[in-house]
Ligand binder design. Structure first.
Ligand SMILES: [Zn+2]
Length: 432
């Protein structure tokens, strides 16, 4: 029996946090300042191509927040991750998933099918399951919620195939390609141009995106004790490997600390993301960002694999190796530096570069007039995301700076220190 599940009373504090988060939602929505999709729509209209400015929290509205929050299903696994790990004892149990019974100490490949989609035929995607011979929590790994984000697919494959079931405590469930329709078309979106990662936990009677989200959430995610959702940058932008986590949630912090040497960026999750919906349902979740879309980048893949393997070790799910602990900073604030002119953007920094206030980040050259402008960093910090060299329009978000703690004023005693900065331009969850 697994004794670590279902201790509802320990969750009072966490629920209090959720209430606080809900109270904050109208504030964050107000600053998003853009129209968004009604979750109750019928799924037939075509969304505008949002390439130009999806770097804002554009899909977040208070209306969407209320509907999606209401739709969170009752979830049984309301136990903090830390408790899940420390109280696991007894014998491993069979895992019931997608109609299959997975015995302890075995590996299975299952198929998950969200729905009949536009072609009228079911589209299934693999779900890899390792149920350990020893008791412990269930960690879930999801990738390619955005269909063009390939690094996570390879990270999940490598992690899953390196786990020895006879030495694993608990279970690991991997869904390498969540958005199989987008993946087949090399697209971030679903075929109707909807962003699947704005519809969780979904709605069985909603749009196609809402139905797919609902199916994944109920069929797979509801079985998880913790979740790592893998992403990359979007639209010709790449991210330094980093964890995005809501550091106001102690269980999420526990999860974050398990990764070892990886940059952490505090980021309150956008409503409708898988990370938000899972955490709302009592499943601590983080996003791992690594690299850019439409490419397989080996350095980023290896970084992600090492982080998740370290997590398995620190959670006590696999025999402990040497902790991968070269310290990396935690950034509580970040900001995108935007192009003020159109033209050819060429970077003078690279991912991971440390910058001082006033340092040159790149140049933008008008191809007609040959006028060149320089882009400088308004902050001291680190380049945690950046656009690939390309032609840009004015307003294009070009460099994502993780801001050094010393460069911002944070009141120590404020429980919610992360408010909209006076300068504006704070962009969070760019690609998640
Ligand atoms: Zn993504």
């Amino acid at each position: 029996m697994r004794t670590f599940v279902r201790q509802f009373d320990v969750f009072a504090g966490f629920r209090h946090f959720l209430v606080s988060l809900l109270l904050l939602l109208p504030v964050t929505a107000a600053w998003a300042g853009e129209a968004a999709i009604e979750p109750s729509d019928n799924g037939t209209d075509v969304l505008e191509d949002s390439t130009v400015d999806t770097d804002s929290r554009s899909s977040e509205t208070s209306a969407a927040a209320e509907e999606l929050v209401e739709a969170v299903p009752a979830h049984e696994h309301l136990v903090p991750l830390a408790d899940a790990v420390t109280t696991a004892e007894g014998q491993a149990a069979p895992l019931q998933l997608l109609g299959a019974e997975i015995m302890p100490g075995t590996v299975h490949r299952l198929a998950w099918s969200a729905t009949e989609l536009f072609e009228g035929v079911p589209v299934s995607t693999p779900v890899l399951v390792v149920n350990g011979a020893l008791p412990g929590p269930t960690l879930c790994l999801t990738a390619a919620v955005h269909g063009d984000e390939l690094n996570g697919i390879e990270i999940v494959r490598r992690v899953m195939h390196q786990i020895a079931p006879n030495k694993l405590s608990g279970a690991v469930i991997g869904v390498p390609i969540v958005n199989v329709q987008g993946f087949r078309r090399g697209s971030r979106y679903l075929p109707d141009r909807r962003d699947l990662n704005r519809y969780f936990p979904g709605n069985p009677n909603g749009s196609a995106a809402a139905r797919i989200a609902n199916a994944l959430f109920n069929d797979v995610i509801a079985h998880c004790d913790a979740l790592v959702d893998l992403h990359t940058g979007s639209f010709e932008r790449a991210n330094l490997p980093q964890i995005r986590a809501d550091l106001r949630n102690p269980d999420v912090v526990t999860l974050t600390q398990g990764f070892g040497s990886m940059v952490v960026l505090h980021s309150s999750p956008t409503v409708g993301t898988l990370r938000h919906a899972a955490t709302q349902a009592g499943i601590p979740a983080v996003t791992v960002e690594a690299g850019g879309p439409s490419q397989l980048e080996l350095t980023e893949v290896k970084h992600g694999v090492k982080g998740i393997e370290t997590l398995l070790s620190t959670l006590g799910m696999v025999p402990r190796n040497r902790f991968w602990g070269d310290p990396e900073p935690v950034y509580y604030r970040s900001s995108w530096v935007r192009a003020n002119n159109g033209g050819i953007l060429l970077a003078d920094v690279s991912l991971g570069s440390t910058v001082r206030k006033g340092d040159l980040l790149g140049t933008i050259t008008d191809p007609m007039s040959n006028q060149r402008t320089e882009v400088f960093s308004p902050y001291a910090g680190r380049i945690i995301g950046m656009a690939r060299n390309q032609v840009v329009m004015p307003g294009f978000a070009a460099f994502h700076v993780g801001i050094d703690a010393g460069d911002i004023v944070v009141e120590e005693s404020t429980p919610e220190p992360l408010q909209k900065p006076a300068t504006g331009g704070y962009v969070d969850g760019m690609s998640e």
